[in-house]
Write a protein that binds this ligand. Structure first.
Ligand code: URA
Length: 222
């Protein structure tokens, strides 16, 4: 799989402005949610974790009652419960996860971002919104000199990463537990840790753990 060059995004910051105007539908939705909950974050959610991390986890988009409310990825809704418990178990996070951004949770050699930084209606970003937000993902990766492992939570994260890296979809089909070599990166596919996937046992904690066990083992290799 030869292509791993990131697209040029000169001048694009790693995180959108708090009032990012780029996706009109998401701006309208943000304003509607803000009117209902003026105390919430209600803005694009920045990545969480240090830029010198070796592991990047890419989610879908902020949940309306989670990251969009608290301002930290996967914080405050169901999806974060399994994710952060797993990261603590595998040493990618320390401290206590209390589902609020002022808990003591600290990521270790790990950063978390989303394919789309603004909360979308029904958790479903449009293809054009995923494309519009991709430069922020690229800029985020470009600021991570030690990046080696990328966990992709769900198909949207997988697809946007293939486009980011210029990899043809037929060469790297999405499957839970699949690992794709992408030059200096390894891509690890996982079903998204959403409430729906975990309640229906599409994704069990054991299945999720096995992805991070593999990442941990691969990162331990020199
Ligand atoms: N919260 C996030 O930040 N991202 C997701 O993909 C789901 C919930």
């Amino acid at each position: 799989m030869p292509a791993t060059t990131l697209g040029a995004v000169a001048g694009i910051p790693t995180d959108p402005d708090r009032d990012c105007p780029l996706c009109p539908r998401l701006v309208d939705y943000r304003h509607a949610v803000r009117a209902r909950d003026p105390q919430g974050w209600n803005s694009p959610v920045p990545s969480f974790g240090r830029s010198d991390a070796a592991l990047l986890i890419v989610g879908l988009a902020p949940g309306v009652n989670g990251a969009n409310r608290t301002g930290r990825p996967f914080t405050g809704d169901y999806a974060g419960e399994l994710l952060y418990a797993t990261l603590i178990e595998f040493g990618f996070a320390t401290g206590q996860f209390l589902a609020r951004p002022d808990d003591s949770l600290t990521l270790q050699d790990c950063r978390i971002t989303n394919a789309v930084r603004c909360v979308p209606p029904q958790n479903k970003p449009l293809p054009v919104e995923i494309t519009t937000c991709r430069p922020f993902l690229i800029a985020t990766m470009e600021t991570m000199p030690r990046l080696r492992a990328i966990v992709l939570l769900g198909r949207v994260a997988h697809d946007t990463m293939l486009k980011t890296l210029g990899i043809r979809a037929v060469l790297a089909p999405f499957a839970h537990g699949a690992v794709h070599d992408a030059g200096r990166f390894k891509l690890y596919d996982s079903y998204h840790c959403s409430r729906y996937n975990t309640n229906t046992r599409v994704l069990t904690p054991e299945m999720f753990h096995s992805v991070f066990a593999r990442v941990k083992a691969d990162l331990a290799e020199v």
